[in-house]
Structures are given as C-alpha cells and as structure tokens.
Ligand binder design. Structure first.
Ligand code: HEC
Ligand code: HEC
Ligand code: HEC
Ligand code: HEC
Ligand code: HEC
Ligand code: HEC
Ligand code: HEC
Ligand code: HEC
Ligand code: HEC
Ligand code: HEC
Length: 335
C-alpha cells in the first residue's frame, strides 16, 4: 500500500470525509447510538482519514467506491460518514499510535494492542468473516430497523444466520443486489434450484433482467409464507397481473383461491408456466367420467368424435376463460 493519492482523488475524498463533526448526536434519534453500545474512546480521532492512509486506492480491495454510495452522503445526518465513518460499520479500528504501529508490524488488525489491553477485533463482513453473523448484522441494524426491516427478526434469512453482507456489497456502486439485472445472481449463490427453475423453457423473465426476485419476495422478512412481498400468493401476482383479480361475474374457484394450483411461479417445462399440460391439469379436479374428456353420446357436444376433440385440442379451446368470465352467459367459462 502506497501513501500517494492522485490530487483529484484526494480532493474527492476530502470532500467526503472532512468537515464532519464526528459527534454521536448527529446520528438519527431513531437509531441506536452506536457509541453507546461499543466502549468509547477506542475510535480513531480522524475517522476515515486514518483508515485510508493504508486502505488507499492501491488496496487490493476497492474501498473507495463507498464514497459514491448513499452511505457517504454527509449531508444526511443519519449516514455513517456524518458520524463514526468507517468505524460505524467496522467498529473501532485504530485507537492510537500503538494500534497503528501494531497494524503495520503485524500486517493487519489483530484485536490486541498490547498484552492485557484487549480491544474488539476489526469487524469484517460476509460468510468468510470470523466475526459471528449476529454481531456483523447488529452493526447494520443499529441504523436499519424501521420500514422494510421490521420483519427481519425471525425471518427465514435471519433464522438461517444469513449475513446482511452475504447479499449486500457496500463498497460497490451500484450494489448488485439492488439492481434488477444483477440481483438474481446474488440469490443463486445459495438458491441453486431456483436458477434451474428460471432456466426452464417457460419462465418469468428474470433471466432477461425484466423482473427481479424482490418483485415477488421481501428478503428481509414478510408477513406471509415464503417471504412473499404481499401477504398472500395471489396478492403478489396481482401486483402485475391486475386483470386476474376481478371482480368477475363467473369466477373459477381455484383461480381466486391460489394461482399456484395451476402455475409454477418460477419456471416450467409447460407453456404458460403451467404445472401440468391441459387436459391433465384440469382433470386433477374435473372428472373424466362423462363430459368432458370421454366421448359423449347423444345430445351435447361434438358427437362421437368428442373424445379426440377434447383431448386433442385441449379444454381451453372451448373453456377459453379459464380465469373466470364477465360475460353474462359465461358460466361455463366459454366466453
Ligand atoms: C497502518 C495501516 C492500516 C490502517 C491505518 C488501517 N488498516 Fe485496515 N488493514 C490493514 C492491513 C495490512 C490489513 C490486512 C490486509 C488486507 O486485508 O488488506 C487490514 C485489513 C482490514 C480489514 C479486513 C479485516 C479482515 O479480517 O479481513 C478491514 C475491515 C479493515 N482493515 C478496516 C480498517 C478500518 C475501518 C480502518 C480505520 C479505522 C483501518 N482498517 C485502518 C492496514 C491498515
Ligand atoms: C450509521 C448508520 C448506518 C449504518 C451503520 C449502516 N447504514 Fe445503511 N444506510 C444508512 C443511511 C442513512 C442510508 C440512506 C437511506 C436513504 O437514503 O433512505 C443507508 C442506505 C443503505 C442501503 C441502500 C443503498 C441504496 O443505494 O439505496 C443499503 C443496502 C444499506 N444501507 C445496507 C447497510 C448494511 C448492510 C449495513 C451494515 C454493514 C449498513 N447499511 C450500515 C445508514 C446506515
Ligand atoms: C437475502 C438477501 C438479503 C439480505 C440477507 C439482506 N438484504 Fe437488504 N436488500 C435485499 C434486496 C433484494 C433489496 C432490494 C429490495 C427491493 O428492491 O425492494 C434490499 C434492500 C435493502 C435496503 C434498501 C431499501 C430498503 O429496504 O430500505 C436496505 C437499507 C437494506 N436492504 C439493508 C439490509 C440490512 C441491514 C440487512 C441485514 C439485517 C439486509 N439488508 C439483509 C436483499 C437482502
Ligand atoms: C456502511 C457500512 C460500512 C462502512 C461505512 C464502511 N465499510 Fe468497509 N465493508 C463493509 C462491508 C459490509 C464489507 C464487506 C464487503 C462489501 O460489502 O463490499 C466491507 C469490506 C471492507 C474491507 C475488505 C475486508 C475484507 O474482508 O477483505 C475493507 C478493507 C474495508 N471494508 C475498509 C473500509 C474503510 C477504510 C472504510 C471507510 C472509508 C469502510 N470500510 C467503510 C461495510 C462498511
Ligand atoms: C413471479 C413471482 C416470483 C419471482 C420473480 C420469484 N419468486 Fe420465488 N417464489 C414465488 C412464489 C409464489 C413462491 C411460493 C411457491 C409455492 O408456495 O408454491 C416462491 C418460492 C420461493 C422459494 C421457496 C422454495 C420454493 O421454491 O418453493 C425460494 C427459495 C424462492 N422462491 C427464491 C426465489 C429467487 C432466488 C428468485 C429470483 C431468482 C425468485 N424466487 C423469484 C414467486 C416468485
Ligand atoms: C448466503 C446464502 C443466501 C443468499 C445469498 C440468499 N438466501 Fe434465501 N435463504 C437462505 C437460507 C439458508 C434460507 C433458509 C433455508 C431454506 O429455506 O432454504 C433461505 C430461504 C429463502 C426463502 C424461503 C423462505 C421460506 O419461508 O421458506 C426465500 C423465498 C428466499 N430465501 C429468497 C431469497 C432471495 C430472493 C435472495 C436474493 C435477494 C436470497 N434468498 C439470497 C440463504 C440465502
Ligand atoms: C413484477 C411483475 C410480476 C409479478 C409480481 C408476477 N408476474 Fe407473471 N409475468 C410478468 C411478466 C413481465 C411476464 C411476461 C410477460 C410476457 O412475456 O409477455 C409474466 C408472465 C406470466 C405468465 C405467462 C407466461 C407465458 O408463458 O405466457 C403467467 C402464467 C404468470 N406470469 C403468472 C404469474 C403468477 C402466478 C404470479 C404470482 C405468483 C405472477 N405471475 C407474478 C410479471 C409478473
Ligand atoms: C385452473 C387453472 C388456473 C389457475 C388457478 C390460474 N391459471 Fe392462469 N392460466 C391457466 C391456463 C390454462 C392458461 C393458458 C396457458 C397457455 O397460454 O397455454 C393460463 C394463462 C395465464 C397467463 C398468461 C395468459 C393470460 O391470460 O394473460 C397469466 C398471466 C396467468 N395465467 C396468470 C394467472 C394468475 C395471476 C392466476 C391467479 C390469480 C392464475 N393465472 C390462476 C390456468 C390457470
Ligand atoms: C384445483 C382444482 C381445479 C382445477 C385444476 C381446474 N378446475 Fe375448473 N373448477 C374447479 C372448481 C372447484 C369449480 C367450481 C365447481 C362448482 O362450482 O361446482 C370449477 C369450475 C369449472 C367450470 C364451470 C363449471 C360449472 O358448472 O359452472 C369449468 C367450465 C371449469 N371449471 C373448467 C376447467 C378447466 C378447463 C380447467 C383446466 C384449464 C379447470 N377447470 C381446472 C376446480 C378446478
Ligand atoms: C368442444 C368444446 C369443449 C371442450 C374441448 C371441452 N368442453 Fe367442457 N364443456 C363444453 C360445453 C358445451 C359444456 C356445457 C355443457 C352443458 O351446459 O351441459 C361444458 C361443460 C363443462 C363443465 C361443467 C360440467 C357441467 O356439468 O356443466 C366442466 C367442468 C368442463 N366442461 C370441463 C372441461 C374440461 C376439464 C375439458 C378438457 C378435458 C373440457 N371441458 C373440454 C364444451 C367443451
């Protein structure tokens, strides 16, 4: 690591990190005061200025991209850079000259300044970090507890000890998980089966970056099952397929009950994201004895060839309003 910074970058960083009164009072009142939770007096006096002496633009890790993110907006009093700066997330780093000397000597932060004078090790993030996930996440939930995060405690991801930093990259601009085109890759790192599902011939266009997992899921925790973005599965679908909501004159019972009785939400080998092909799909619930799947004799349908017609062309050729009908005589879902 070199100490030289190009003038331009230095100027940029100075704008970003200086002129901030590093006072705990500036952290939003709604947020837990981080200073109160970690032993005071162990923070570096100069904040980020101290850290970027070593973690400069030549660092193998692209630390500086954080200055392009919302976290570096000093005008926002709630942001880390209006307060403890790097240490708002990483915890106390360089307490003083001894700590500095030690980091240089040891080639890293060891968590011990001199024998008998322990301090918490620097907090590194992600699944490879030695810091327990709950501790890592507490650095984030110090500030992020409201709005979309109220459901985090007890959610599937929290319960499975998933780190915020396993999904979020904070030294990257943009954070890939916040972009619809790059989000799925982040999730696939752990959800392999879903990658296979979205690669099937008929699938929601996640592969093409048209919709993201978070259009249907709330990864931070949700009221309903499966981390769905809305309380029920159907409500989740209606956010985009509003026309399926009705109200309809003639409802088809399973449609208003649960779209997934007929559709797989991710992907399918059958057209229309169906769980099975028609007529088998319909015949899970509708008897094939008599109409419709067995040839009718006498009055009614297409005479003796009905069987072939029904099975060959599929039920929806006649019952085209599978999702329900608004036509006065649409009771059989045919118009
Ligand atoms: C005297 C130089 C120096 C200073 C000052 C310094 N660091 Fe480091 N830091 C290092 C070295 C060396 C490493 C280990 C090699 C690496 O990961 O680049 C390291 C590693 C880290 C890591 C990764 C730790 C891990 O376990 O993987 C973090 C996070 C970190 N530093 C944050 C900070 C923060 C925040 C500050 C300011 C409070 C800071 N550093 C100040 C030299 C320094
Ligand atoms: C000192 C308070 C503070 C801490 C600590 C903090 N954040 Fe933030 N974070 C903020 C503020 C303020 C914003 C901007 C919110 C806004 O603009 O509405 C933000 C924004 C974000 C965003 C949205 C970024 C975007 O571009 O929209 C993400 C994601 C995020 N934080 C994740 C984290 C994670 C993960 C951690 C822990 C590693 C963390 N934050 C730690 C205060 C904090
Ligand atoms: C399973 C992946 C995942 C985990 C784990 C995760 N997030 Fe997120 N986060 C996302 C996604 C995806 C979005 C974008 C949501 C959207 O587009 O509606 C997001 C958005 C955000 C935002 C910005 C918008 C908002 O909802 O306020 C913040 C802040 C944030 N996350 C903080 C956190 C914190 C703090 C943690 C840990 C307690 C965390 N996240 C854990 C995936 C995750
Ligand atoms: C808002 C929280 C937050 C702030 C502020 C923050 N970091 Fe980080 N930092 C993280 C997270 C989370 C990671 C894990 C990787 C990622 O998200 O990009 C990380 C990773 C790192 C790493 C690499 C560690 C490794 O595992 O190799 C270094 C070094 C580092 N940060 C230094 C800094 C320095 C220096 C500053 C101040 C200029 C800073 N960080 C400010 C959250 C933060
Ligand atoms: C069009 C909406 C939609 C999109 C987009 C979507 N999901 Fe789902 N996902 C669902 C629904 C609905 C369920 C519940 C399935 C059920 O109960 O039958 C589900 C279930 C899941 C489950 C639980 C296990 C399972 O398969 O039943 C995981 C994990 C999951 N989704 C991950 C993802 C990931 C990762 C992405 C993005 C790559 C994603 N989902 C995108 C709607 C969606
Ligand atoms: C670091 C690994 C990891 C990442 C990354 C990850 N997840 Fe998960 N996810 C898990 C674990 C572990 C569970 C709980 C066990 C399970 O149900 O598979 C889970 C569960 C889920 C569930 C099912 C919840 C339930 O009630 O069964 C959904 C839906 C889900 N994740 C969606 C996502 C989405 C969307 C993303 C990306 C934004 C994502 N996950 C990223 C590890 C991860
Ligand atoms: C974020 C918006 C969004 C949500 C939420 C959503 N969809 Fe879709 N859906 C789409 C888009 C976009 C397409 C592709 C349309 C196209 O290709 O013309 C689509 C297509 C479909 C198709 C037709 C596929 C085909 O091959 O013709 C079905 C069936 C479908 N969605 C069912 C559902 C179900 C069931 C849910 C709830 C689990 C749901 N959708 C939730 C956006 C969404
Ligand atoms: C009884 C079975 C069944 C149920 C339940 C069902 N669908 Fe369908 N859906 C079908 C069939 C059959 C098709 C036609 C597939 C094709 O085009 O080959 C279809 C096609 C679609 C399409 C693409 C064509 C169009 O009409 O726009 C969308 C979108 C769709 N369904 C959404 C939904 C939503 C949303 C729900 C829940 C509110 C739902 N479906 C419930 C059977 C069903
Ligand atoms: C999950 C079970 C289920 C599936 C799958 C299903 N249906 Fe239904 N369907 C029902 C129920 C329940 C009713 C309401 C029966 C009643 O009111 O007597 C119904 C009603 C109907 C009616 C109106 C009957 C009447 O007497 O008014 C038609 C037509 C129909 N379904 C056709 C289909 C077709 C075509 C398919 C395949 C695309 C299909 N159904 C798939 C459960 C299902
Ligand atoms: C050639 C057109 C045609 C095809 C194909 C067809 N149906 Fe029908 N279906 C009808 C007609 C016409 C009625 C109304 C009969 C009546 O009113 O007595 C009907 C009635 C029904 C009813 C209501 C039963 C009742 O007693 O009123 C159901 C359920 C049904 N069809 C399901 C299916 C299923 C499932 C398939 C595919 C296996 C299918 N239909 C294929 C024309 C068709």
């Amino acid at each position: 690591m070199k100490n030289k910074l190009p003038l331009l970058l230095l100027a940029l960083v100075c704008v970003a990190v200086t002129g901030s009164a590093r006072s705990a009072d500036e952290v939003d009142e709604d947020n837990v005061n981080i200073r109160a939770t970690i032993q005071p007096g162990t923070y570096t006096e100069k904040g980020a200025d101290t850290c970027i002496k070593c973690h400069d633009e030549d660092d193998v890790y692209p630390v500086f991209d954080i200055f392009k993110t919302k976290h570096a907006q000093q005008g926002d009093k709630r942001s880390p850079f209006a307060g403890l700066q790097c240490e708002a997330c990483h915890g106390p780093g360089i307490a003083g000259p001894e700590a500095m000397a030690e980091v240089i000597e040891k080639g890293g932060h060891t968590g011990r300044v001199r024998p008998g004078n322990e301090r918490p090790p620097i907090i590194a993030f992600g699944s490879t970090s030695e810091v327990p996930v709950a501790k890592q996440n507490s650095m984030c939930t110090n500030c992020h507890q409201g709005n979309n995060h109220v459901g985090w405690k007890g959610s599937a991801h929290q319960a499975a000890d998933v780190a915020c930093a396993s999904c979020h990259k904070l030294h990257a601009s943009p954070d890939p998980v916040l972009e619809v085109k790059t989000q799925a890759e982040v999730c696939y790192a752990c959800h392999l089966r879903q990658r296979a599902e979205f690669s099937k011939p008929y699938a929601h266009p996640v592969r093409f970056g048209q919709i993201g997992c978070s259009d249907c899921h709330q990864p931070h925790g949700a009221i309903g099952d499966q981390l769905l973005a809305r309380p029920t599965l159907n409500q989740t679908c209606y956010t985009c397929h509003a026309e399926k909501r009705g109200p309809l004159l003639w409802e088809h019972a399973p449609v208003s009950e649960d779209c997934s009785l007929c559709h797989t939400p991710h992907g399918s080998i059958h057209p229309g994201l169906l769980t099975r092909r028609v007529p088998q799909l319909c015949q899970q619930c509708h008897s094939q004895i008599g109409h419709p799947s067995v040839s009718l004799t006498g009055s009614g349908l297409a005479g003796g060839s009905a069987s072939a017609l029904l099975l060959g062309r599929g039920c929806a050729n006649c019952h085209s309003q599978v999702h329900g009908s608004n036509h006065p005589s649409g009771v059989k879902l045919m118009r």
